[in-house]
Design a protein around this ligand. Structure first.
Ligand code: PEP
Ligand code: MN
Length: 298
């Protein structure tokens, strides 16, 4: 019996022929597409570490953290100018001013920058500053936004929706690919499951890393910060993700001497911890494995 709307991994060639391993001759037998972001290579020989504040709050805070990120050896800077917050009463980010701050931080450190866009009307403005555009978990299935970002001419970091299946996630990647943009990096950031919110923020789905690498040729990275929501879990979660073959990490960092962050302070790590994670990532090398369990099962 088939249920309307029910998807299985065997539907992937129909749902997402543009990003599916099986339907792309070049990658059918294995391999990852290299996604280049201003000199940084996702899917290359080493995992990429992206780090920075949750939100761009001020010039001083962002520059201080960006310098720490650079010193720790991370290859890219993150920071949200537009923040998706649960409550409209919470800090919403610094918007256009935040984008200007990110540009300055990127120019000073030389680090390429990834930042989130939430609104189709802001895609151009964000693409003007960002080296890579982030689609956040809450917008993974915002199809007009995915289409607009697909046309923006910049690499895209596509975070997994917090309740998204693998098929739904790849369907979203297909919306970007359909616009002619295959520079997509997928990011597992924790899913909503029974214990989420009790002892960690979400549940880090490590198993999805090899499953994704089996089904698509796009690089897959992990966000251990939002997945756990607990600073002390970020380093072990990073190591676990790399052991599972993650091709990169995106991590939130704070300098608490600058004041307590307005956003996600409990999950922010310091420069020293970031440095250890970067060193571990450098030693990890590229561990993308395609075991072909899917074709064997078929
Ligand atoms: C973020 O990376 O700033 C963020 C809000 O993450 P997510 O969309 O995964 O919640
Ligand atoms: Mn955050």
């Amino acid at each position: 019996m088939r249920i309307a709307g029910q998807l299985s991994l065997y539907d992937l060639p129909r749902i997402c022929p543009g990003v599916c391993r099986q339907t792309n001759a070049e990658y059918k037998a294995g391999g990852t597409r290299t996604v280049k972001v201003r000199g940084v290579e996702f899917g290359g020989d080493h995992p990429v570490v992206i780090a920075g504040p949750c939100a761009v709050e001020s010039h001083e805070q962002t520059l201080t953290v960006a310098r720490a990120v650079k010193r720790a050896g991370a290859q890219m800077l993150r920071g949200g100018a537009y923040k998706p917050r649960t409550s409209p009463h919470d800090f919403q980010g610094t918007g256009l001013e935040g984008l200007c701050i990110l540009r300055i931080a990127s120019e000073e450190t030389g680090l390429p920058v990834v930042t989130e866009v939430m609104d189709t009307r802001r895609v151009e403005e964000v693409a003007d500053v960002a080296d890579m555009i982030q689609i956040g978990s809450r917008n993974m299935q915002n199809y007009p936004l995915l289409t607009a970002v697909g046309r923006a001419g910049k690499p895209v970091l596509l975070k997994r929706g917090m309740a998204a299946s693998l098929c739904e996630w790849l369907g979203s990647a297909e919306y970007i690919a359909k616009q002619g943009n295959l520079d997509i990096v997928l990011c597992e950031r924790g899913i909503r499951a029974f214990p989420s919110g009790e002892y960690s923020r979400f549940v880090l789905d490590l198993n999805v890393i090899p499953a994704m690498q089996e089904t698509t040729f796009l690089p897959v990275i992990v966000d251990p910060s939002h997945a756990t929501g607990v600073a002390s879990m970020v380093e072990p979660a990073s190591r676990a993700a790399l052991e599972f073959g993650s091709q990169g990490l995106i991590i939130e960092v704070a300098d608490f001497s600058m004041g307590y962050p307005q956003c996600d302070g409990l999950q922010a790590i310091d420069e020293k911890t970031l440095k250890r994670i970067v060193q571990f990532a450098e030693s990890a090398g590229s561990t993308c494995r395609t075991s072909m369990w899917l074709s064997e099962a078929g």
